[in-house]
Design a protein around this ligand. Structure first.
Ligand SMILES: [Zn+2]
Ligand SMILES: [Zn+2]
Length: 143
């Protein structure tokens, strides 16, 4: 059940369970794509949450590793869930972002253990803390 999953994510992150957190997390979990503040507000529909509360909620989720941020083509931040099929948070989150050139939606593309180790081994003296791979193309709804 969706709500059980939301609760278990909040519990495993030791975050206090509030109606706002449940609603925002549900929206993020149900969306297959990264969402802006406006997207989240629109998806919440009648469950209106003021801007400051939404901003704080997203910050909490981000600090606790429940979500991550990805910049869209206009350099605005979008938010996406960091939890995969298992109900635990993925500590080593390696994935690419697929950007649809038509609808401009951003999808998270997990790619498992293949990551920066392979890149770093080719260049000595560089410390990689974060990597971001961006893929461009057309999503299933746009072709
Ligand atoms: Zn598309
Ligand atoms: Zn992502």
């Amino acid at each position: 059940m969706q709500n059980e999953r939301v609760l278990s994510i909040l519990r495993s992150s030791n975050l206090k369970i509030t109606p706002v957190r449940i609603q925002v997390l549900e929206v993020l979990l149900e969306s297959g794509v990264a969402l802006s503040h406006t997207d989240i507000t629109n998806l919440l529909g009648d469950n209106t949450i003021d801007k400051v509360t939404l901003y704080r909620t997203l910050n909490h989720f981000h600090k606790n590793g429940i979500i991550h941020k990805v910049a869209n083509e206009d350099r605005n931040w979008l938010y996406a869930i960091l939890v995969h099929d298992q109900d635990h948070l993925e500590a080593d989150h390696l994935h690419a972002h697929f950007i649809c050139d038509d609808c401009e939606k951003i999808y998270c593309f997990p790619f498992g253990s293949y990551g920066y180790d392979n890149v770093v081994s080719q260049r000595n003296g560089f410390i990689v803390n974060k990597q971001e791979i961006r893929l461009h193309g057309l999503c299933p709804s746009c072709h």
